[in-house]
Design a protein around this ligand. Structure first.
Ligand code: FAD
Length: 456
């Protein structure tokens, strides 16, 4: 039967493939509830598909029904907030907000993702350095449970049953397993639960007044140590909302699309700072910072217009795209990390990555991402099966090391099916049982998102 389901409903951006018996695209909550009741009665597993940009295999069904939320796509924008159907695309929420002089702060790089998917993964992005993850911007949710019950939840409403406390890592970002805390808001239980507790149908999210003045730049360096020194020196710059890193391997990939990347550059930092005015004293402060740093100041890029800023956004977005294309072309699944550590362990984690990667994958890996939060993505680019297998092992070593440094095994992508085994690196048996107790309460027959977070 799964042959009749268009393949894009069964895979995600990591290349992982699922299988299912039936596809549903309900138009409203009544239709969705009827499908869920039918599945519950027949004990059929159900997987929720958002826009398919996930990279952990969470939306790739493990048999049963796949339910796409794409038709829940309405968006209404109000002063201070927007109400969006879970299938609405991030880019449409962003442009709706912009048209009203506002902005939606979480900025996962992939803006073709859905709001429901962002909430299910507790996604974050470059601006999360200043504004935090998606969780912080959710004001209310509508959720359907497997038995067809609809919940209308506003922030501040507590979970109506006992919840154990799960310790949090010390990294500034975390999205691996359920976020559990006695007295917690009910909405927080569903945020980051990766489609395993309920189906999000609608969300009310905070909008902020649009920022009028921004300083955006791509600052190049001749070596990696200089770039990392820049991160440490500039991280506390006021109102800096983006501090992203790109290593030498990443620049090599980007040169295939951007021939103006300076030849001598071996690393880059992407920065964006909110200013009070276009002639803010911060402009001169950056001039001084860069003059007194080893940055390739003359060769670096600074945005003078919104079009420049859009070009830099595309430059940053091109990187994961190029990585995913390269890995697929080589015939493998994406081998990318999503670990984060507390910032004071950043240098240690980066050194660990480098040492291991240079030993086994010199010239066949890239590191980029949200370095302001000590959260970079390592991507290994295997060329044969033995390298892929070794890369998988290495990702396990990195995950354990991140936990040893008080960090997280999953900062923003979720663990899905491909990384579900990491959860036991982070949490002990009792903590995992506490999560499973919640799962059993809301999905007693364990039908929703089977294989995601908890390996089958
Ligand atoms: C080029 C590229 C760049 C990326 N950059 C970032 C980044 O900077 N930051 C970041 O956080 N992520 C990033 N991602 C990953 C991805 O965009 C996010 O994980 C996104 O939140 C997934 O949303 P989606 O709608 O595509 O969800 P899907 O991939 O369809 O699903 C993801 C998970 O959410 C669940 N889900 C989806 N919708 C619902 C719903 N309505 N109710 C309940 N569960 C649901 C699914 O079951 C699945 O477990 C990137 C991906 C790509 C390809």
């Amino acid at each position: 039967m799964s042959l009749t389901i268009p393949p894009h409903y069964l895979e995600d951006a990591s290349g992982y493939q699922g299988h299912a018996d039936e596809l549903f695209t309900p138009a409203n909550e009544e239709e969705l509830a009827a499908i869920l009741r039918r599945a519950t009665a027949a004990r059929v597993p159900v997987t929720i598909a958002g826009a398919g940009t996930g990279v952990a295999g969470g939306r790739c069904a493990n048999g049963g029904y796949v339910i796409s939320i794409e038709r829940f796509s309405t968006i209404s924008v109000h002063p201070g907030y927007a109400v969006a159907g879970a299938g609405a695309l991030l880019k449409d929420v962003q442009s709706g907000a912009a048209a009203s002089g506002q902005f939606y702060a979480p900025d996962p790089t992939e803006n073709a993702s859905s709001i429901g998917g962002n909430i299910a993964c507790n996604a974050s992005g470059s601006r999360s350095f200043l504004y935090g993850d998606t969780r912080r911007h959710v004001r209310a949710l509508r959720v359907l449970l497997m038995e067809g019950t609809a919940l209308s939840l506003r922030r501040g409403e507590p979970v109506p049953f006992p919840v154990a406390e799960i310790p949090m890592p010390l990294s500034s970002k975390h999205s691996a397993g359920y976020w559990l805390k006695p007295g917690m808001d009910y909405v927080d239980l569903f945020i980051g639960s990766e489609g395993t507790l309920g189906i999000i149908t609608e969300a009310e999210v905070t909008l902020l007044p649009a920022v009028q003045h921004l300083l955006t730049g791509v600052i190049f360096f001749a070596d990696d140590d200089s770039a990392l020194a820049g991160v440490a020196a500039w991280r506390d710059t006021p109102c800096l909302r983006m501090l992203e890193y790109v290593d030498a391997g990443s620049l090599a990939l980007l040169r295939s699309r951007y021939d103006d990347v300076p030849k001598q550059a071996r690393a880059a930092l992407l920065i964006e700072q909110e200013l009070e005015a276009d002639d803010s004293p911060e402009i001169d402060a950056w001039d001084e910072r860069l003059t007194n740093s080893p940055a390739l100041y003359e060769a670096s890029w600074f945005a003078a217009t919104a079009a420049d800023r859009e070009r830099f956004r595309k430059f940053r977005h091109a990187l994961p795209e190029l990585v995913n294309d390269t890995v697929r072309r080589n015939g493998f699944l994406k081998l990318g990390s999503d670990f984060a550590v507390p910032f004071h362990r950043n240098a240690e984690m980066m050194a660990f990555y480098r040492e291991k990667l240079e030993a086994d994958f010199a010239g066949r890996y890239v590191i980029f991402g949200h370095i302001g939060d000590a959260h970079v993505h390592v991507n290994i680019l295997p060329t044969n099966q033995a390298e892929f297998d070794r890369g998988k092992e290495m990702m396990n070593e990195f995950a354990r090391h991140a936990v040893a440094l008080d960090g997280t095994v999953g900062a923003e992508h979720g663990l899905g099916k491909r990384k579900a085994h990491f959860l036991s690196y982070q949490y002990n048996h009792d903590q995992l049982e506490a999560m499973k107790t919640i799962k059993r309460r809301l999905d007693p027959h364990w039908l929703l998102g089977r294989g995601t977070l908890f390996p089958v």
